[in-house]
Design a protein. Structure first.
Lengths: 269, 315
């Protein structure tokens, strides 16, 4: 039985900052159910990050033209008012970005940044309640000594730790949708696996739907039940993750799978 | 705390070096207290006798350390020209110059902060371009010329103040302040222009960074992103500029005091240089240097609070 959380109908995104309009996403449609982990794979420039930003309501720029519909629990995100959108952002929709080194504010303490969504969306909470929630959240992303981390600045943490902090600050309001936009790209391989396991755990424990965006097929395969393959702004293939890996129908998908380094293939089979 | 202690030591060493250099420079320049007292037509014997009496023939270092010890205690020596303690001469004028610098500084902060943010938020629009043109003009006009223009417009044409008039702060504090307003505007305008430009650029640069996108993704509105995230980061270079500016304003007021006929430290410095009144010049220079260095020390400390990345690896 389907329990729909997010539905995108015919999404088109065009850039207008050059002379000729540049179409980065065309005719994208997709559905994401509650508690599901959906992977979007594709090479750089395939439009997957733009799709993520559009869902998170972060594409409101004058040099872009966006058409289509994005429904999140009945709210249409593309045409929602700004205040309506802000109510969702950070509360119902959390997002983790690709660059853990620069996505945190360098002059604010970790605790302050993790609590930020709480201050915006749960103003009724006291300082002590916020602190308790932040510590619990830092613990849930498997950071040791959360009380110490709480008082640190971003530059005092490693890349993997910062990505955990980002995850914590995106998860603190228990969003129904977590968008992870290449969350592991800037990290080394062992840390990548840890972050993927962490996302799996959050999905299991809190039933958060996750939209996992990556160009790394082996990670997507580990994490996601269903996969969307994007190429040049279009969805070229969609389906069950196992099915796509064993019987890719499109030439492009075959190429992508063929591009996985041999060592990893050997490890998997 | 370790950072502050290190900076404090550096500050003391710098102050000591400056006092030494100043004293040394005035020691090797021809002419001394005896010559100043007796005049050039005096005989070499009488000069020598007075030098002996004043202790000017003692070794340089001995005299330096005595002067330094007295200076630290607030005894800046006696003016050759006016035969009165330098400390007394300076102490009545210092509040005027310091007041001017402080008012100018306050004007700069109060005007440039909102204007910098406003132009950054409206960058590229007509109002921003207009402000930036005016800004560029203000930046290129020297403050003494601005002083003359202000005197002409507001003093002679609009008659808002009496050019050349001045009331001591001891007689009437608020009238004293009112006479300082226009000189302070003259000092502040170029600095306002500079910090508006810097803050605008800094805000625009910070607004494009990744953490701003994160801030929006948490549900912040534009005001929240601006005040809680962008501004704090954008202020870091501006704080440095302001620190240098405060010291600059003290020195800059020396010229402006002449334009507006204000009897501050600048007046004393200029007359005592022309009279070769070395104890006064030495005292004023060392005091100005001390203010500059102490200001820089404070800026370093504030800077470290504003940017937590400084203390780590900053050695």
């Amino acid at each position: 039985m389907e329990d729909l959380l997010l539905e995108i109908k015919d999404l088109n995104i065009e850039f207008h900052d050059h002379d000729a309009p540049e179409r980065v996403v065309s005719g994208l449609s997709m559905r994401l159910n509650r508690g599901e982990i959906l992977g979007i794979v594709g090479e750089s420039g395939s439009g997957k990050s733009m799709t993520a930003m559009a869902i998170a309501g972060l594409l409101r720029r004058h040099d872009m033209k966006i058409s289509g519909e994005i429904y999140f629990e009945g709210t249409e995100i593309l045409h929602a008012g700004r205040s309506e959108l802000r109510r969702l952002q950070g509360d119902d929709i959390g997002i983790i970005f690709q660059e853990p080194m620069t996505s945190l504010n360098p002059v604010k303490k970790i605790g302050w940044q993790v609590e930020e969504s709480l201050r915006i969306h749960r103003p009724q909470l006291s300082r002590e309640q916020r602190y308790a929630l932040a510590i619990e959240c830092l613990k849930s992303v498997e950071l040791d000594e959360p009380e110490v981390i709480y008082k640190k600045y971003p530059h005092e943490l490693s890349g993997g730790m910062r990505q955990r902090v980002m995850t914590a600050s995106a998860m603190i309001c228990d969003p129904r949708l977590l968008i992870a936009d290449e969350p592991t790209t800037a990290l080394d391989v062992t840390i990548q696996l840890q972050i993927v396991k962490l996302l799996q755990k959050l999905n299991r424990e809190k039933n958060t739907s996750i939209l996992f965006i990556s160009h790394d097929l082996s990670l997507v395969r580990k994490l996601c039940g269903r996969i969307l393959v994007m190429h040049d702004g279009r969805v070229v293939e969609e389906g069950d993750s196992h099915e796509i890996f064993t019987h890719p129908r499109q030439a492009y998908t075959k190429e992508l799978i063929g591009a996985i380094p041999r060592m990893e293939k050997l490890q998997q089979f | 705390m370790k950072y502050a202690a290190k900076k404090l030591v550096t500050m003391l060493i710098t102050l000591l070096s400056i006092s030494f250099l100043v004293y040394f420079a005035f020691d090797i320049i021809p002419g001394d207290a005896a010559l100043a007292a007796l005049g050039t037509d005096s005989t070499p014997e009488r000069l020598e006798a007075l030098r002996e009496q004043l202790g000017l023939n003692r070794p340089f270092l001995e005299r330096y350390f005595e002067w330094l010890a007295n200076f630290v205690r607030g005894d800046f020596g006696v003016s050759y020209k006016y035969k009165m303690p330098v400390a007394d001469m300076i102490s009545s004028k210092l509040p005027i110059t310091v007041m001017m610098a402080l008012i100018s500084f306050a004007m700069m902060v109060v005007v440039s902060l909102p204007l910098g943010v406003y132009t950054a938020m409206n960058s590229g629009r007509r109002i921003d371009r207009l402000i930036m043109v005016v800004n560029q003009i203000m930046m290129s006009v020297p403050h003494f010329f601005m002083g003359i223009v202000l005197t002409y417009i507001f003093g002679l044409v609009l008659k808002l103040f009496t050019p050349g008039g001045f009331v001591s702060y001891e007689t009437d504090f608020w009238r004293f302040i009112s006479y300082l307003i226009f000189p302070c505007i003259a000092i502040a305008l170029p600095k306002i222009a500079m910090s508006v430009k810097l803050l605008r650029g800094s805000c625009i640069e910070e607004a494009a960074k990744d953490y701003v996108r994160t801030a929006y993704s948490k549900g912040n509105d534009t005001r929240g992103v601006l005040y809680k995230h962008v501004l704090r980061n954008a202020m870091i270079p501006v704080i440095t500029l302001w620190g240098m500016t405060l010291a600059d304003m003290l020195v800059g007021s020396i010229v402006i005091e002449q334009v507006f006929n204000i009897p501050g430290i600048g007046r004393i410095l200029l007359t005592s240089i022309s009279y070769r009144d070395y104890p006064v010049v030495e005292a004023v220079i060392v005091l100005i240097a001390a203010v500059v260095i102490v200001t820089n020390f404070c800026v370093d400390i504030i800077y470290q609070i504003a940017d937590p990345r400084i203390s780590v690896g900053g050695r």
